[in-house]
Design a binder for this molecule. Structure first.
Ligand code: UDP
Length: 322
């Protein structure tokens, strides 16, 4: 009998890739999404599949799923800084109330639950690279606090359900990830730069561009998450690509990849923007036998081809439709 998995945020960037992955591994997949930042087009191709179901629902409200569930993957959340500035309360709710609802569902169904945490729980880190033992440097009341603190609460309540209710839990700390199905106008560096290059606009580098990030291609991330889900390790695990780059270098890479004549312009650095970010993935290597395989040059090529294939109107769409 095929196992049945609930994927929240199933119409989003990572959620939709998870839906594809689990269908390809012969699971029955229930995707749930309120479509605030998700896009039904990401999963449209799955609707005719007999093992795929979709629920249009906000997981911050009571979650009811009839029938058995073996696994739950909680990936519902706005994940881009400009989104959580626009919808701060929903961001807080989905990481806290939403997680609580899904932990309750996991307990009721006797299902194993994996929650999507983030490198943002390390805040603007004072330890580099970041390993799982680092407790972070987060401003609770800054603009990013709504996301960071919701995710920190999520980790706390997940461990509480693990210890108190003996629910089988997994926590993945996801570092910057990219690939097809990112929203072109979600404001994050990669889609922002590619969108600007495709529209013939200047690329907006924030600050002096000497802040760093480490970008992981989506297929590597999904593989790491799957291995973690099936592992017996219940404490947080970093999944990301340690190949670190400054944002200025990254903008230059996108200019050369797109062969654009755009220039780079500098804009003010947003509040609390982390200066350095690079995952230490020794734990994932050791316990999951996992490490990323896709080089940035290759991943960026595939991602650019995806963005080039979108409708022209997507290029000019606002980040959120309200
Ligand atoms: N960034 C930038 N220009 C943009 C968008 C983002 O220079 O148009 C910078 C941003 O300030 C940050 C980095 O790129 O330092 C990565 O930002 P992103 O929003 O992609 O993700 P974050 O890792 O900050 O959550």
């Amino acid at each position: 009998m095929k196992k049945r998995v609930l994927i929240t945020g199933g119409a989003g960037f990572l959620g939709s890739h998870l839906c594809d992955y689990f269908i390809s591994k012969e699971y029955r997949v229930v995707a749930m999404d309120n479509l605030i930042t998700g896009d039904i087009r990401n999963i449209e191709h799955l609707f005719s599949h007999p093992d795929f179901e979709f629920y249009h629902h906000d997981v911050s409200k009571f979650v009811h799923v009839p029938g058995e569930l073996h696994y739950i993957l909680h990936f519902a959340s706005p994940a881009s800084p400009i989104d959580y500035l626009k919808i701060p309360i929903q961001t807080l709710k989905v990481g806290s109330l939403g997680t609580h609802n899904l932990l309750g569902l996991a307990k009721a169904k006797n299902a194993r639950i994996l929650v999507a945490s983030t490198s943002e729980i390390y805040g603007d880190p004072l330890v580099h690279p970041q390993d799982e033992g680092y407790w972070g440097n987060v401003n609770p009341i800054g603009p990013r606090g709504v996301y960071d603190e919701a995710k920190r609460f999520q980790e706390a309540i997940t461990m509480a359900y693990n210890r108190f209710h003996k629910v089988e839990t997994r926590i993945v700390r996801i570092f910057n990830t990219y690939g097809p199905r990112m929203r072109l106008n979600d404001g994050r560096a990669l889609p922002a730069f590619i969108g600007q290059a495709l529209r013939g606009e200047d690329l907006t580098v924030f600050g002096e561009g000497n802040q760093t990030r480490s970008f992981c291609y989506v297929s590597d991330l999904i593989e790491g998450i799957y291995r973690l889900l099936l592992s017996d390790y219940d404490e947080p695990v970093n999944i990301g690509n340690p190949a670190e780059i400054t944002i200025l270098q990254f903008a230059e890479e996108i200019l050369s990849l797109t062969q654009s004549n755009s220039k780079i312009v500098f804009k003010p650095l947003p509040a609390d923007d982390p200066k350095q970010r690079q995952p230490n993935i020794e734990l994932a290597k050791r316990i999951l036998g996992w490490e990323p395989k896709v080089e940035r040059a290759e991943g960026l090529k595939t991602t650019l081809a995806y963005f080039r294939g979108l409708d022209k109107v997507d290029l000019y769409k606002p980040s959120l439709n309200f």
